[in-house]
Design a protein around this ligand. Structure first.
Ligand SMILES: [Zn+2]
Length: 394
């Protein structure tokens, strides 16, 4: 959340506000906000929603005006104070009370915290954390969903549900599952399969939902201790890293079955069969299941699926040879977040294996290095409309 410190008029100088400005009678509030932010803080923004207040959606002011709080997405620039402000500061969810807000901005600022997406620490491998319970809500199944400002838990992605959600403890009580949720401008929380928009839609706030028993629900606003089950996480991380390595080995070992330029190549320069044909991916403890479709369009693109399937055992042996050479390097795996700490950041898994780096967009968790994978085996089996790949670690 962006806070800015006013320089004028004297009555408000030194106080912090949610930046904005006055809308002329008949003017459009969204256009006015975009204009004010450009003039006062030199940033280009786009309005994506609002923070709804108690006065028909607005917030009270004492001079006959109301405060309308809109949420924007930063399009370009970094906030640079002009004449109206002498400082602009980004506040993390936990830092909302660290600045002296002008009185009318206190309520909206606190409400805005609930519209900040959950900050996630699982990309860096975190297993523990302490956070504030921002939302505690009954779910369909009689259990309770807990949203916090910041978490080490990895949630199941609703759009591409490959890696199961983490399990663990919240204040010592069992977290049975961890799901992706969204909050809309009316404050409604939608969880898992109920989410009706694509991943990362800026109109929604994207949050991690920890599923606990009703008796274990924390008190709203209080701090909670979060602890991920490290053994379950580690086994899923090994399965996930093995899954991505197996995908790249599949690409390389099947390169000779392409008769034309493939529509896409992977980070190592091989035809990206994995991404072109994948239908389903399930990360399991120490393994993965992937289903691929070999339809007419793949054949037209130049991939000879019949020849591949006829030779699938030799191809699997070739892929396993690549995998054992890669694993033997013990290469470090890391997740780039681009500096974005939120749940829906575009993250990328990178691992420098011989012959070209493994680089795959990925929202999951991974083994810290390849010494955690003693051996990676793959098996390909024909299915009704293509083939499936079973990957196993150890
Ligand atoms: Zn992944």
């Amino acid at each position: 959340m962006l806070a800015a410190r006013r320089t004028r008029p004297a009555s408000v100088a030194g106080g912090w506000e949610l930046p904005g400005g006055k809308v002329e009678p008949g003017g459009d509030p969204a256009a006015a906000l975009v204009r004010e932010l450009r003039e006062e803080l030199a940033v280009d923004t786009e309005v994506v929603g609002r923070v709804v207040g108690p006065l028909g959606g607005d917030w009270p002011l004492d001079d006959g005006h109301v405060l309308r709080v809109l949420r924007v997405q930063l399009v370009a620039g970094e906030p640079l104070p002009g004449v109206a402000h002498d400082e602009a500061r980004w506040l993390a969810p936990t830092e909302v009370d660290t600045v002296a807000w002008l009185e009318p901005d206190v309520g909206p600022a606190r409400a805005a915290v609930e519209r900040i997406p959950t900050w996630v620490d699982f990309p860096a491998g975190a297993l523990e954390g302490r956070a504030r319970a921002l939302r505690v809500e009954a779910l369909h199944d009689g259990r309770v969903g807990v949203v916090v400002d910041r978490t080490p838990f990895h949630p199941l992605d609703h759009g591409w549900p490959d890696q199961p959600g983490d399990v663990g403890l919240l204040d010592g009580a069992r977290v049975h599952d961890c799901l992706t949720g969204t909050i809309d401008d009316d404050g409604r929380l939608l969880v898992g399969d109920d989410i009706d928009v694509r991943r990362g839609d800026p109109a929604r706030t994207w949050v991690v939902v920890h599923v606990v028993d009703r008796e274990a629900a924390p008190v709203l606003g209080e701090s909670v201790d979060l602890a991920v089950d490290g053994a379950v996480r580690a086994a899923l991380s090994r399965g996930h890293s093995a899954c991505h390595l197996a995908a790249l080995a599949l690409n390389e070992a099947t390169a000779r079955f392409w008769s034309k330029q493939p529509p896409r190549r992977d980070s190592r320069g091989f035809p990206f069969l994995d991404q072109i044909a994948i239908q389903v991916s399930r990360i399991e403890p120490d393994g993965a299941y992937d289903a691929y479709r070999c339809g007419r369009s793949l054949r037209k693109a130049g991939f000879d699926a019949d020849a591949f399937l006829a030779e699938r055992e030799a191809v699997a042996a070739e892929a396993e040879g690549l995998l054992s050479a890669w694993v033997a390097t013990g290469a470090v795996g890391r997740i780039d977040t681009g500096g974005d700490p939120t749940l829906t950041a575009r993250r990328t898994w990178r691992c420098d294996v011989p012959g070209g780096p493994a680089v795959i967009p990925c929202g999951g968790t991974h083994a810290p290095d390849l010494t955690h994978l003693p051996r990676v085996g793959v098996e390909y089996r024909p299915t009704d409309d293509g083939f499936e790949q079973r990957t196993s670690v150890g």
